[in-house]
Design a protein around this ligand. Sequence first.
Ligand code: DQA
Length: 147
Amino acid sequence: TTLLLLNGPNLGILGQREPEIYGHDTLDDIAGYVADEVAGAGWKVVSVQDESEGELVRAVHAHRFSTIGAIVNPGALMIAGWSLRDALAAYPRPWIEVHLSNVWAREQFRHESVIAPLASGVVVGLGALGYRLAARALLQLCDTDAA
Ligand code: DQA
């Protein structure tokens, strides 16, 4: 059983990227935290990060039937990532949107997400802990014999 961890543009440089906003953990650290959360259930994690929306769409397609659920941080694609939105609309399993920062406390342009209405839930503002919490939520939401 495999969980998809999908991260969009600019999230591959976590740890160095505006650490006062996004924290000091790297994406590898975060993938490790998620893996730790789900290991007890026997789940593995496939982690995909890309700067381009097309590659993220491809990843959603590629893992559509081989993953039990997904954690998605779309980065700035939250704002107008319509193709990613449509790919996730066709993703048949539960998934959770995560933002490290509290987007509601930031610039106005970060206050809307085109993908959030499709998510099972959204975690914002809790840093790397948000990914852990999303993983825990998916353990509960996902039927473990489905993938
Ligand atoms: C982010 C918030 C987005 O507004 C921003 O574009 C990011 C990171 C977050 O995790 O807080 O790239 O998704």
